[in-house]
Design a protein around this ligand. Structure first.
Ligand SMILES: Cc1ncc(COP(=O)(O)O)c(C=O)c1O
Length: 483
């Protein structure tokens, strides 16, 4: 192992020129003790380090020789010095201990306490909301990325197009108009690092500490965390089989967060009457509505439901979309649809956060959509997921019905299994994960009072063989934990 990089961690204080070699020696010693330079690393030759640090060669030689004398380095004739194995008793001089919590801002304290559940690579069954990776057209995707990288030159080189790469904004506007019943222009689209970054941005610019946010209960914890971090008070907007219980909260909300096409996590769809009511309420209160349309593309029964955005004439609905479910989550591309007059300001806000996504990926995605790969992939995945959903439901019924009842909803790529009895779903999910089955406890989606217990399970990522095997393991876990 060679340090190909300049050792920029060494800072020379030239005002005390007399002990330059001592400064180099002690900083290198610190780097070796902290294993920043692990054993076996070849350090730069004396000639190279002399150049990098702008000191005399004898200074570097003196520092290296002292380190060699103390057993930190092995000097070799004609080769750069090598970092030696240190006895385990040699440990870095620790930085003075600081109690991090006491140094955090109020916002920081909230952010650092939020839950996060991101799964682990390869744990496909039954990762909630994870699409299938085996059928993703990686060859096409890598060709498009490669082509754009080669041609990047000026267009994709600087931090241009903060609000989004124009051809991608155009492609998204065309898609939403054709598929989601929305009338929107490219000038209304802002590209973000996935939906979560859109929630965070909106929380920062729309919420003051103490404002009320009306959030679905149960509801998506990722969005809730963004609003809480901005200092919001969350008021529950209860959702059940009957839909959204639109009893106004005690304080009119500044912002309302909903997933009307496919409620997260219950999977119900908001009926038209409730949609109209909600828009009416938001207009009366002058509140914003965030419509999170995260997986509306997968609807397995009934007619597609147009977006809330499309039926609101008042410009109070901000639409959030993501490519996490149709393509893949790690692509980290999502978007906002906002009133045109709002976009310029959002671009300034985005440049403050630095949270604008790489142009190279945006350009490749624009090509992916414009060349027809996106539509083709979506059609294929709809067919595949319909089959996997059916198989998942049948297997779940066969294996897990003594412990849970599967909610049979029409859309989305995950399903909720409700426990017959009030067992601790967090403990069950943790036990399942130990067995290599990734399920999420339903109770973590509740923030107020009474919770329903059960498991949130995705069916899209695993093929039938994997599903069957994992279902058997889950049955054993339920048997062991719930009896
Ligand atoms: C309700 C909801 N919205 C949005 C997202 C997607 O977020 P992102 O685009 O940040 O990956 C998810 C992901 O699981 C989700 O469950």
């Amino acid at each position: 192992m060679t340090t190909a990089f300049p050792i920029d961690g060494i800072v020379i204080d030239r005002s005390i020129a007399s002990n330059l070699h001592r400064q180099i020696y002690s900083q290198l010693r610190g780097l070796i003790e902290r294993r920043v330079l692990p054993s076996g690393t070849a350090l730069p030759s004396t000639r190279l380090l002399t150049k990098d640090l702008g000191v005399g060669r004898n200074t570097v030689i003196a520092a290296y020789e002292q380190l060699a004398l103390e057993g930190y380095l092995l000097m070799r004739r004609g080769s750069p010095p090598l970092v030696m194995d240190l006895p385990s008793t040699v440990t870095a001089t620790k930085e003075p201990h600081t109690e991090i919590g006491s140094t955090l801002s109020a916002r920081g304290k909230i952010m650092l306490a939020q839950p996060h559940h991101h799964g682990s690579p390869g744990l496909l069954a039954f990762h909630p909301g994870l699409p299938d990776s085996d059928n993703f057209p990686f060859t096409t995707w890598s060709k498009l990325l490669g082509k754009r990288a080669k041609l990047a030159r000026h267009d994709l080189f600087g931090t241009y197009h903060i609000g989004g790469y124009p051809p991608l904004c155009e492609a998204i506007a065309r898609y939403l108009t054709a598929s989601r019943g929305m009338t929107c222009t490219p000038e209304q689209i802002v590209i973000t690092n996935g939906a979560q970054s859109a929630f965070d941005l909106l929380a920062r610019i729309l919420i003051d500490p103490g404002d009320t946010v009306w959030l679905e209960e149960p509801g998506y914890y990722g969005a809730g965390s963004a609003f809480l971090s901005a200092g919001a008070n969350l008021a529950p907007l209860h959702v059940s089989d009957h839909g959204w219980d639109l009893v106004p909260p005690p304080v009119p909300p500044r912002l309302i967060f909903v997933t009307p096409s496919c409620h997260q996590p219950l999977g119900v769809t908001m009926p038209m009457e409730q949609r109209l009511n909600l828009i009416h309420m938001a207009e009366r209160w002058n509140s914003w509505i965030i419509e999170d349309d995260y997986d509306s593309e997968y609807r397995f029964q009934g007619q597609p439901i147009p977006a809330l955005h499309g039926i609101s004439a008042s410009n109070r609905v901000v639409y959030v979309g993501t490519f996490a479910k149709i393509l893949f989550p790690a692509m980290r591309l999502g978007f906002l649809v906002v009133p045109e007059a709002f976009r310029e300001g959002l671009i300034s806000a985005l440049s403050v956060t630095g949270q604008f996504p790489p142009l190279l990926t945006q350009a490749a995605l624009a090509d992916f959509i414009n060349e027809g790969h996106f539509a083709r992939h979506l059609r294929r995945m709809r067919r595949l997921y319909a089959i996997r959903r059916q198989y998942f439901m049948e297997t779940c019924e066969e294996y897990l019905s003594p412990w849970l009842r599967l909610r049979r909803t029409e859309s989305g790529i995950q399903l909720v299994g409700l426990f017959h009895e009030n067992h601790d779903d967090k403990a069950v999910a943790a036990a399942a994960r130990d067995y290599g089955v990734n399920v999420s406890p339903l109770s973590i989606q509740y923030r107020h009072g009474e919770v329903q217990r059960g498991l949130l399970m995705g069916f899209a990522a695993a093929d039938e063989k994997t599903t069957k095997k994992a279902m058997g393991k889950l049955r054993d876990v339920l048997q062991a934990t719930m009896g």
